[in-house]
Ligand binder design. Structure first.
Ligand code: UGA
Length: 436
């Protein structure tokens, strides 16, 4: 099969490289000449474990190539995926579909044969109908089936998620579309990955409903963590206790500083906009969005409390370990660390930080923070050390060295990666989330 992937960002590049690895002939297209030049030199535009090697081997095998020309890239393609960004529209939280619509128009104009056009970008319900309309208006003579095929990749684990998905969702309105998409995903059929065929609108909604549900699960356990602190209970045991119920499930019940990233914050807001537009309130999601937003600054205040309160905190120094919204990515979008650093700065606290991959992107977002070359440099002279992101590198800190270098032995563990008793046994004032 010949596949064209329009948009070589996170989703496009990972999906394109994986499809090539299945044996398809893939062209990744992007308008950004510099990005395509770098990809030709084997330089990835994003940090994702294993992606560079996957791209390299498939380019060598002649199955994966890159171009800035949409017309060249889609020539003879059986399936054209739209994987361009759908950022939150400035001001109102609606997903911005400018890029999706522009690609649909160009695809319609440049089409050289029958094809399916697949939205892989996360797009609001009804976008497939609009893409179909736009392509129809170009007057193309070719048969086109517009499909919704949302992706469920997690950053940092994207290749594994693509190759061993929990499910593949395909929203198709005709037999031609279903048949081409079955061919595209045939290698995964053989792996027995479940494929769910639905209507196009249903498929579009499934993506938002999945992310909103996961965001709700996290927010629920975060509120339980706060309650645990008040009543003297342990949130990790609460998670285990409820997660063993097959109806609830153990995943996405880790309490922490609140969810961030490029998906949950943007998709929950967009879902709220859709429910407003259709006059069908989703009050649970409204509460989730508000609760998660206020939690991030509350985590900054938790650090101030650990320093002895507002008065005592002023002029003190804090080391933040981890800045990205989760480990194994350099993504800083909506990371809780931004609000935490801001709250500390507002409280007159000096902040130093270290992150294995995120510092370059973090620097402009938190200009008042001193970036350090390793965790120990950040900890030197700090009155409190705060674990914000659970990178493996922070799971086995040399605690004796931390004590020697730090001004005070206060450890605030916002990801619960250490055991409270062990830590207190080594002389730390240890504060975590939902555990007393
Ligand atoms: C998320 C979904 O998990 C993917 O299925 C989906 O494809 C993707 O969004 C998307 O829409 O593109 P991702 O944003 O990469 O993936 O990250 P997650 O691993 O889901 O984590 C999101 C946030 O939730 C992080 O800030 C993480 O620290 C937080 N989280 C996650 C918790 O606080 N507790 C948990 O138990 C799990």
């Amino acid at each position: 099969m010949k596949i064209a992937m329009v948009g070589s960002g996170y989703v496009g590049l990972v999906s394109g490289a994986c499809f090539a690895d299945f044996g398809h002939d893939v062209v990744c297209i992007d308008k950004d000449q510099a990005k395509i030049d770098r990809l030709h030199q084997g330089v990835m535009p994003i940090y994702e474990p294993g992606l560079d090697a996957l791209v390299e081997s498939n380019v060598k095998a002649g199955r994966l190539s890159f171009t800035t020309s949409l017309a060249d890239g889609i020539k003879g393609a059986d399936a054209i995926f739209i994987a361009v960004g759908t950022p939150s529209r400035r001001g109102d939280g609606h997903a911005d579909l400018t890029f999706v619509h522009a690609v649909a128009r160009e695809v319609g104009e440049k089409l050289s044969g029958d094809a399916v056009v697949v939205t892989k970008s996360t797009v609001p319900v009804g976008t497939g109908d609009e893409v179909e309309r736009i392509i129809g208006h170009t007057g193309t003579k070719h048969k086109v089936s517009v499909i919704s095929n949302p992706e469920f990749l997690r950053e940092g684990a994207a290749i594994g998620d693509f190759k061993r998905p929990d499910r593949i969702v395909i929203g198709a309105e005709d037999e031609f579309g279903k048949q081409v998409m079955s061919e595209v995903y045939r290698p995964l059929f053989l792996n027995e990955s479940p494929i769910l065929f639905t209507s196009r609108r249903t498929s579009e909604l499934i993506k938002y409903a999945a992310n909103a549900f996961l965001a709700t699960k996290i927010t629920f356990i975060n509120e339980m963590a706060d309650l645990c602190e008040k009543v003297g209970a342990n949130v990790q045991d609460v998670s285990r206790g409820i997660g063993m119920d097959g109806r609830i499930g153990p995943k996405f019940l880790h309490a922490g500083p609140g969810y961030g990233g490029s998906c949950f914050p943007k998709d929950t807001l967009a879902l709220l906009k859709t429910s407003e537009d259709y006059d069908s309130p989703t009050r649970i999601i409204e509460a989730v969005v508000k609760t998660n937003e206020s939690r991030k600054r509350a985590m900054g205040r938790k650090v101030v409390d650990a320093l002895g309160g507002a008065e005592a905190a002023r002029g003190r120094k804090v080391a933040l370990l981890g800045l990205t919204f989760k480990p194994n990515t350099d993504d800083m979008r909506d990371s809780p660390s931004i609000a935490i650093a801001q709250t500390l700065h507002d409280a007159g606290v000096e902040v130093a930080a270290y992150d294995p991959e995120g510092m370059e992107l973090a620097r402009p977002l938190m200009p008042e923070v001193t970036m350090c070359k390793d965790p120990y440099e950040a900890i030197t002279g700090a009155d409190a050390t705060v674990i914000v992101t659970e990178w493996d590198a922070f799971r086995a800190l040399d605690l004796e060295r931390v004590k020697e270098l730090a001004a005070d032995n206060v450890l605030v563990d916002l990801r619960n990666i250490y055991d409270p008793e062990t830590l207190r046994g080594t002389g730390f004032k240890y504060v975590s989330v939902g555990r007393v």
